[in-house]
Design a protein around this ligand. Sequence first.
Ligand SMILES: [Fe+2]
Length: 567
Amino acid sequence: MLSLGVSCNHDAGVTVLSDNQIVFAANEERYTRRKFEFGFPENALAEALQCCNVSTFDAITLDGQMQTPHPSRANLVFGDKTWMSQLAEINQLNRVFFGTRAGVTFSRSLLRLLTQGHRNHYQSRLRALGITGEVFYAEHHKAHAASSSLLFPSDSGLAITVDAFGEGICAGIWTLKHGFPHKQSVVPGYHSVGLMYLYITHLLGFKLGQEGKVTGLAAHGDGSRVRDLLLSRIFFDQNRRTFVNHSLGYGTPALERLRKDLKEFSKEDIAAGAQSALETLVLDYIRAAIESSEFEKPRLYLAGGVFANVSLNRRIADELRVASVSVAPNMGDGGLSLGAALLNHDSRVTFQTLYLGTEIEPTIASLPVDLLSQAEERYTSELEGDVARLLAGGQIVAVARGRMEFGPRALGNRSILAAAGDKGINDSLNKKLRRTEFMPFAPIVRDVDAAEYFELTQELWAYENMTVTCYAKDRTRVQCPAIVHVDGTARPQVLTRERNPFVYEILSKYQKMTGVGVLVNTSFNMHEEPIVRTAETAFRSFITGSIDALVLGERLFCHRFLTNMIG
Ligand SMILES: [Fe+2]
């Protein structure tokens, strides 16, 4: 069976499934070079068709949240006003339309009616690309749930979805039958804890999509007073097992109210308070879902943008009675194309890898001569060993090799690697890449070494996709200070040889040379840009970012300023 999944919203994307394999998955942002690209994923679709050499599918499933095809009118929360956001600002009306089940049912029906034109628009664009097949629509939160529960094999368990707002809903509890999610209950979007976190993100001067900066900043503050203030406005109702936003408000008025209330607090304390409130609310929500389920210790499947929060995920894994925690690797709206495709695909998919996007073609001849002349190609008979030697010598090496990762994390094919022994690399490398971060770089470690460096409370596979933090061991704090946060946690990528033999070999050789089995792994992109996709973008970023060396496919380039290190 051949299935196509398409999402046309925030962080639009495309997934192709063939029998038990995911054969292609990518998000549109990597093609247009605009983060979280909104709308019809034309470029990703074109690439999918070319890569899979197919245009007729047994099932085509679109994410059901059909918003306007015009990106400038799409921002519900901040900035340009849609009719929905204008409605949201009329006090009491928002509470009725987005805060009650009946209101949400009515709003969704109305929205479906009003967005029929958008559905027709997207279907005609599919036809224009020559794509044929029966078209289905998937419920937004159901597609989130499936992006985790149908990806990791298990016959039963609970899926929990929490995001800011999707089709009028902000959270859901799903029981699983052979991985397929069945709705138990949902929370209307007005009571969104994800939106609360977004308001704080905006208030602290960060943009939509930079919530991770709040999570990083949180470890630097004392959040007790801000947490209490937030929880006095939005709380978890144990009896009804739902979030209740009773005085936080909604939309821009909520933002203004918070701005006034939080005037006296430092940025760090506000971030810490928001993080703590989010963790308290979501843990209570999941705990109650487990208590009211048939499971004593369920397998837990998490999806939705809120689970991009790696500190929250650690607390869920560490503090709740669960058999395992599986976080969707592309947990936000970027993963909806995968979830949507899985919902109408007859075969069970065997998840093997996230390297599902564009294969790199290491040709850079089209780049301007002045750019090319700033680097020198080094001919190497043992690429992994040469890269390990550069890293051991304190050089920074970017890797653009093989197929691009699907999801927000770089997992070794579009990564920047560096030694983790110098804490100062966080500042110096961020400066080169023109980034500001409050969380240190993430580490990458081989499966055989992981337990030596980290306090792992989950099975190793739970750490393969960088979706959860854990505590670093004492030796790690001494040997690898660059990857340990001020609260003692780290966000490792645990790597198996099977998953990425090239980077695994680099780690093995680096470990032999230095006695250290951990490297820094950060995504290969410049400030505010999506992760690099093509050889040209990779080479340009390598030069602009003054990175010491670049692995491009099987080729190795060194900056002209790098002295002759390779023997
Ligand atoms: Fe969502």
